[in-house]
Write a protein that binds this ligand. Structure first.
Ligand SMILES: *Cc1c(COP(=O)(O)O)cnc(C)c1O
Length: 344
């Protein structure tokens, strides 16, 4: 059973180094499933790049990050008094987004505990309203302020918002010149630096760094079995009739690997479905498109993916792969877990 990721290490590392060179102040984001590559692998690569700080999503991810990375670890989700897994460490930077949390953190954290103040942006997720910056500054008392964090949406007028918040920071009593920003483009970052050269701007980036050169990453799945089927023959857990004559192909990779969690891609609208029906499309027969590629095309699931394997339907016109062959799959890395990852 094998659903694997092979990383062309030289090519991937060349991309990481180039990205690091063009992104001053880079704070690599390492969270979740490690963008498919695992958090430990990413922390090792971040150390190799020589960055001073990495960012994790949650406190649950902090102990492993502190163990595998020698520098600072920023926890991006906000500290709350009710969290039960908070980690305190001289290398750890907390994020605070409510005035009351400053005083509550001081009660439980060692003196000198480092924090970012997070500003509320148009994301409307977490953070202080800019009018509360002064109240937050008054509550610091023994906490060390590392910077102001701003998390922007993926769409919208991000530059103007970042600039307004930078101005609000400089007018406030928050004594820091460091801004951690999420989701500004290269040109927006350059513009912000040019307009406010006194600020130390630190972009927090995951996807564009780790997954920015897809050509360095190859996904492989083994063909485990195959069977000829006739139109109307029933197969699988659900005993669905096959729409045509063809080949059933059993491939490694199922729901446990994140297969089937892709955004739905089969024809959806009534009219689209009708058009497809008229053309005899397999989506009209109730099949869903899989991420597995055979003969240069994504193929249809014969039934919903199983836990560790998937059943694909190939029409008779397509030469089926041999048992033991490897095929590729167009996966979404942030929801994929591989059986093995090789870096070579
Ligand atoms: C996940 C996350 C990032 C990184 O996002 P990418 O789109 O992967 O670069 C940055 N900032 C915050 C607050 C995040 O939660």
């Amino acid at each position: 059973m094998s659903f694997t990721l092979d990383v062309d290490a030289a090519r991937w590392r060349a991309h990481l180094a180039a990205f690091h060179d063009k992104t001053p102040g880079l704070v690599p984001v390492i969270k979740g499933n490690g963008y498919g590559l695992t958090n430990d692998t990413l922390a090792t690569e971040a150390a190799r790049l020589g960055v001073s700080q990495i960012a994790v999503g949650t406190y649950a991810e902090a102990p492993a990050a502190l163990a595998s990375f020698p520098g600072d670890v920023l926890v991006m989700s906000p500290w709350r008094p009710f969290l039960t897994d908070v980690v305190y460490d001289a290398r750890l930077v907390h994020t605070l987004g409510r005035v009351a949390d400053f005083a509550d953190l001081r009660k439980v954290a060692p003196a000198g505990t480092r924090v970012n103040a997070e500003a509320l942006t148009s994301m409307a997720r977490h953070g202080l309203n800019r009018h509360a910056f002064a109240a937050a500054a008054a509550e610091l008392d023994g906490l060390v302020l590392d910077g102001l964090a701003i998390h922007l949406p993926m769409a919208g007028a991000n530059f103007a918002e970042a600039e307004n918040l930078a101005a609000a920071l400089q007018a406030s009593r928050l004594e820091t010149m460091t801004i951690y920003v999420s989701h500004l483009t290269d040109s927006e970052l350059a513009l912000l630096r040019a307009k406010r050269p006194e600020l130390d701007i630190r972009p927090r980036i995951g996807t564009a760094l780790w997954l920015g050169d897809r050509g360095a990453l190859s996904v492989s799945a083994s063909i485990l079995d195959r069977h000829q089927v006739s139109r109307g023959e029933r197969i699988g857990y659900r005993q669905r009739p096959m729409p045509r004559d063809g080949t059933l192909v059993i491939v490694s990779g199922g729901t446990a690997h994140g297969i089937g969690l892709e955004a739905p891609s089969a024809a959806s609208g009534v009219r689209q479905r009708a058009t497809s029906l008229a053309k005899g499309g397999l989506d009209a027969a109730g099949l869903a498109l899989s991420p597995f590629v055979i003969g240069g095309k994504q193929r249809w699931f014969a039934e919903p993916p199983h836990m560790q394997a998937s059943m694909l339907f190939l029409p008779r016109s397509v030469t089926p792969p041999e048992i033991g062959d490897m095929i590729t799959a167009g996966v979404r890395f942030t929801t994929t877990h591989f059986d093995a990852i090789t870096l070579a």
